[in-house]
Design a protein around this ligand. Structure first.
Ligand SMILES: NC(=O)c1ccc[n+]([C@@H]2O[C@H](COP(=O)([O-])OP(=O)(O)OC[C@H]3O[C@@H](n4cnc5c(N)ncnc54)[C@H](OP(=O)(O)O)[C@@H]3O)[C@@H](O)[C@H]2O)c1
Length: 428
C-alpha cells in the first residue's frame, strides 16, 4: 500500500492535537484513503519543552527546516503560525523542494498565497489550507469542490469566534465591552493579545482568501476593515429595540460588475440566520448560481475543529492528484479591481449623544439633508437629569461616503458629548 511520510512542524495547541489524532485514527484513515499517513518527523522551537504528547526521539528534528530537505518526507504540515519568520521559511522551502504542504496559517496564505500557489503548481505539489479559515467549517473545500458548478456572487458571514462571543455576550448578559473581554480571556475564548480579533484584521485575512477563491482572482488588499472596539452596551440595547442584532461580518460581493471586500460591525435583522449565530460559532453564507444560498456553520477555532480541517487536507493529499491551491491555475486567475466602499449604498444606524437644548436636533437633521441622506427613522432618548439626549437616526440607503461625511461633520459640533457612531445595516 502507498505510504505518505509526514513531518509536523509546530507542536502547540493544534500540532499536538493533530499528532495524537493521527496516532489514534491511523487505521480508519488508511481505510478511507487507501494510503498510510506515517508521521515520520516532528519539530518545534524548544526541544526540551515538556509536552503532553509522547514523541519518539527518532522522530524529532533538531532543525525544523530539515523537514524540507529530507528526501523521504512527502508532506510538511506547518503549524507554527505568523506570516513571516519560521513559518514563511518552512512553507516556501518545502514547496520549492517539492513537498506537499498543509497549513492552518491564514496570515501566511493571505499575504503570500499567490506566490506560494505558483511554486506549488510549477512543482506539481499540493498546498492545502482548509484550517486557515473558520477552523472546522469546511468552507474552502466546499467552494473548490462541492460548489464547483457555481458562479458565486457573494460570500459573507461570521468569521471570528472571539468577536462573536464578545458581541453576543454583551447582548445576552447586558454587559459592556471591557467586562466581557476580561471574561472571554479567562475562558480561553480570547488570546492575551486579542487585537487582531477585535480590530477586524483576522476576519480581513480570512475574507481575502475566500474572496479570491469565490471570484477566481488573485489576493487583493483593497478591503475596508473596521473592528468592534467602539461598540458599546447602548448600541446593543438600541439595536434590539429596533429589531436588530450587531455582528462583526465580513463580505465579499459582486454588485453590477463591481467587486467589494469589507469587514465591519453590522446590524442584521433579528430573524435572519446570522443573527442567531452566537458564542464562538462561525457561519458562512454563499450566494451562487445555480445553487442559490448555502449556509455552513460550526466551530471556528480550537484544536478539535482545526484538526478536523487539517485531516481533510491531509486526506486529500493521501488520496492523490495534484490540485490547484486556489481552485484554478494561477495563469487563469484574474486581477480584479476591488472598489472602495465609498460609492456603495448602505442604510445605517447613527447615534449622537448631545447636549439637550433647542436647535440641536434640527442642526443634525440639516446636515443629513445637506448631504442628501434621507432619514427613515428617528428616536430621541432624553436624560433630564444629565441634560443630555441620545439621538438615533436610521437612514435610507445612501452612499457610504455621505454617511461618513455626516458623522464627521456632526462630531465637530460643540453640542456633541461623545464620538458619534455609525453602523451599517445589512439589508441585501
Ligand atoms: N489555536 C486555534 O484555535 C487555531 C485555529 C485555526 C488556525 N490556527 C493556526 O494554527 C497555527 C498554530 O496555532 P497554535 O494555536 O497551535 O499555536 P501555538 O500553540 O502557539 O504553537 C506554535 C508552535 O510553533 C512552534 N514554533 C514557534 N517558533 C518556532 C520556530 N522558530 N521553529 C519551530 N517551531 C516553532 C512552537 O514551539 P514550542 O512548542 O517549542 O514553543 C509551538 O509548538 C497558527 O497558524 C494558527 O493561526 C489556530
Amino acid at each position: 500500500m502507498r505510504k505518505c511520510n509526514i513531518a509536523i512542524i509546530g507542536l502547540g495547541n493544534i500540532g499536538s492535537y493533530l499528532y495524537n489524532y493521527l496516532k489514534i485514527n491511523k487505521k480508519i484513515l488508511i481505510e478511507k484513503n487507501n494510503c498510510i499517513p506515517n508521521v515520520k518527523y516532528v519539530s518545534a522551537k524548544n526541544f526540551r519543552k515538556k509536552r503532553s504528547i509522547k514523541i519518539d526521539k527518532k522522530q524529532w528534528l533538531r532543525n525544523y527546516l530539515d523537514a524540507t530537505k529530507i528526501k523521504e518526507v512527502d508532506l510538511v504540515v506547518e503549524l507554527i503560525g505568523g506570516a513571516e519568520g519560521p513559518a514563511k521559511k518552512l512553507v516556501f522551502n518545502a514547496l520549492k523542494n517539492k513537498k506537499h504542504v498543509v497549513t492552518a496559517n491564514k496570515a501566511l496564505i493571505a499575504k503570500y498565497g499567490d506566490k506560494l500557489s505558483k511554486i506549488a503548481e510549477s512543482n506539481k505539489v499540493n498546498l492545502e489550507y482548509e484550517a486557515s479559515v473558520c477552523g472546522g467549517v469546511p468552507i474552502i473545500r466546499s467552494i473548490k469542490e462541492g460548489l464547483i458548478a457555481n458562479k458565486i456572487s457573494k460570500i459573507h458571514g461570521i468569521f471570528n469566534g472571539t468577536s462573536n462571543y464578545i458581541l453576543s455576550s454583551m447582548d445576552e448578559y447586558n454587559k459592556n465591552f471591557a467586562e466581557v473581554l476580561t471574561n472571554a480571556k479567562k475562558l480561553g475564548y480570547a488570546e492575551a493579545n486579542p487585537t487582531a480579533d477585535l480590530n477586524g484584521d483576522d476576519v480581513s485575512s480570512k475574507l481575502k482568501i475566500l474572496s479570491s477563491l469565490c471570484f477566481n482572482s488573485f489576493l487583493n488588499n483593497n478591503i475596508y476593515v473596521e473592528g468592534i472596539k467602539e461598540i458599546d452596551k447602548t448600541d446593543i440595547i438600541n439595536a434590539n429595540k429596533l429589531g436588530y442584532k450587531i455582528k462583526l461580518l465580513g463580505f465579499a460581493e459582486s454588485i453590477d460588475k463591481k467587486f467589494y471586500q469589507r469587514v465591519h460591525p453590522t446590524l442584521v435583522k433579528k430573524e435572519s440566520h446570522v443573527a442567531g449565530i452566537n458564542g464562538v460559532l462561525n457561519a458562512v453564507i454563499i450566494d451562487g448560481n445555480p445553487v442559490g444560498q448555502s449556509i455552513i456553520q460550526g466551530e471556528g477555532a480550537g484544536a478539535a475543529a482545526t484538526t478536523s480541517a487539517l485531516i481533510s487536507d491531509i486526506s486529500s493529499i493521501l488520496r492523490g492528484n495534484i490540485k490547484f491551491p486556489f481552485s484554478i491555475s494561477s495563469k487563469e486567475r484574474k486581477k480584479i479591481r476591488f472598489c472602495n466602499i465609498d460609492e456603495r449604498y448602505f442604510s445605517a444606524y447613527t447615534r449622537f449623544e448631545v447636549v439637550d437644548k433647542p436647535g440641536v436636533l434640527s442642526n443634525i437633521t440639516n446636515i443629513f439633508s445637506k448631504n442628501r441622506v434621507s432619514i427613515k427613522r428617528l428616536v430621541q432618548n432624553p436624560d433630564k437629569d444629565k441634560k443630555t439626549s441620545s439621538i438615533i437616526i436610521i437612514t435610507h440607503k445612501s452612499k457610504d461616503k455621505a454617511l461618513k461625511k455626516i458623522v464627521k461633520e456632526v462630531a465637530k459640533k460643540s453640542f456633541i458629548k461623545t464620538k458619534p457612531k455609525m453602523i451599517r445595516i445589512d439589508e441585501d
